[in-house]
Ligand binder design. Structure first.
Ligand SMILES: C[C@H](O)[C@H](O)[C@H]1CNC2=NC(N)=NC(=O)C2=N1
Length: 116
């Protein structure tokens, strides 16, 4: 098992067991900041999901690379489903099996990676 990069671990507030999940009130408030995203529940775990549409596979692929680069920078990772003309991005915090404020921040950052 290769050494876990300690500063990456520190960087990701949401990646620690015991990190706080957002409350229902915070969820409602935070969702207003990311109106194009949808809260979903998968295997009992609350997650944030958005489907981005593109003209072809290459553009969806390029966006997936930008999101992957963001994830590596912050040490917090989404699920990415890459298809022809579509990229589905799903953010949640694995360790706490739910949503941390960081998931909302990263959803907003993901939107800013779109190149119109
Ligand atoms: C060791 C590594 O830093 C941790 O497993 C990180 C990796 N990326 C992660 N990403 C997400 N979304 N949740 C996590 O709990 C998580 N943990």
């Amino acid at each position: 098992m290769d050494e876990i990069n300690p500063d990456l671990q520190q960087k990701c507030e949401a990646c620690r067991a015991g990190a706080p999940q957002v409350s229902d009130a915070e969820l409602a408030e935070l969702m207003r900041a990311i109106p194009d995203w949808t809260p979903i529940v998968v295997d009992g775990v609350l997650q944030l999901q958005r489907v981005y549409a593109f003209r072809n596979f290459a553009e969806a692929w390029a966006m997936s690379n930008r999101v992957a680069t963001l994830a590596e920078e912050v040490g917090h990772h989404p699920a990415l489903l890459l298809e022809w003309g579509r990229l589905t991005v799903t953010w949640w915090s694995h360790k706490i099996r739910g949503l941390h404020r960081m998931d909302f921040e990263l959803a907003a950052k993901t939107d800013r990676l779109l190149i119109e």
